[in-house]
Design a protein around this ligand. Structure first.
Ligand code: HEC
Length: 196
């Protein structure tokens, strides 16, 4: 972000809010912040529910999807819908209650197959680099298990579109080159279902 290697795929992308922050801090401070965040034990960000229909939602503040007050439902399609477990707590910036990630029926199993086998060379088994249980290896291969579904899908999309670039992003480009939107949804459903 500091080197201008990352940008949003769309105008309102959340990374656009991070770039000025990254540019403003010096490398020493960034390193200290990284050490601090790495020391905080990871928790699963969302409870995953496989479904055909989801609540109708609208974009709210802080990039949070708000459930329509009428209780109306709609088909999930090729999407993951992430909503707060407790919208009032989330709006107060309390991370404790977490999120619900609605994912399409069957997506976790399909994502697991793709992540573990690479589906005959379409991609590469993720654990080769991201380690056993996708818990990360060393300081180059980040942990994936249990992370935010919205952030995970966005990263896969951004590697593919080129919006996320940089020295180590080069390793991810061949991985995502042939992934469809459906693959990205399936892989994300599997990743978010794993225990960090
Ligand atoms: C050849 C090694 C390699 C393989 C195989 C690989 N990755 Fe990665 N992945 C990386 C590296 C290196 C990064 C960090 C990139 C960076 O620093 O910008 C990364 C980053 C990511 C990120 C972003 C994480 C973050 O912290 O923002 C996601 C999501 C991801 N990989 C998903 C996958 C999935 C899903 C698979 C399997 C289909 C996979 N990767 C297979 C090397 C790999």
């Amino acid at each position: 972000m500091k080197d201008g290697k990352r940008r949003g795929s769309v105008a309102h992308a959340t990374v656009n809010d991070m770039i000025p922050v990254a540019k403003a801090i010096d490398v020493e401070d960034a390193k200290l912040a990284g050490e601090y965040f790495y020391s905080v034990p990871a928790v699963r960000s969302a409870r995953v529910i496989e479904t055909d229909t989801v609540p109708v939602t609208h974009p709210g503040p802080h990039n949070v999807q708000l459930v329509d007050a009428t209780g109306a439902k709609e088909p999930i399609g090729i999407r993951i819908i992430e909503v707060p477990e407790d919208v009032n707590r989330t709006m107060l910036r309390d991370a404790t209650p977490g999120f619900i990630a609605y994912v399409p029926n069957g997506s976790i199993k399909r994502g697991e197959m793709l992540a573990k086998t690479g589906d005959s060379g379409r991609t590469v088994p993720c654990a080769t680099c991201h380690g056993e249980g996708l818990k990360g290896i060393g300081d180059i291969f980040p942990p994936l298990a249990g992370r935010s579904s919205a952030a995970t899908a966005r990263q896969l999309y951004d590697f593919k579109s080129g919006a996320r670039d940089g020295r180590y992003a080069a390793l991810m480009k061949p991985i995502v080159a042939h992934l469809t939107d459906q693959d990205i949804v399936d892989l994300t459903a599997y990743i978010v279902s794993l225990q960090p």
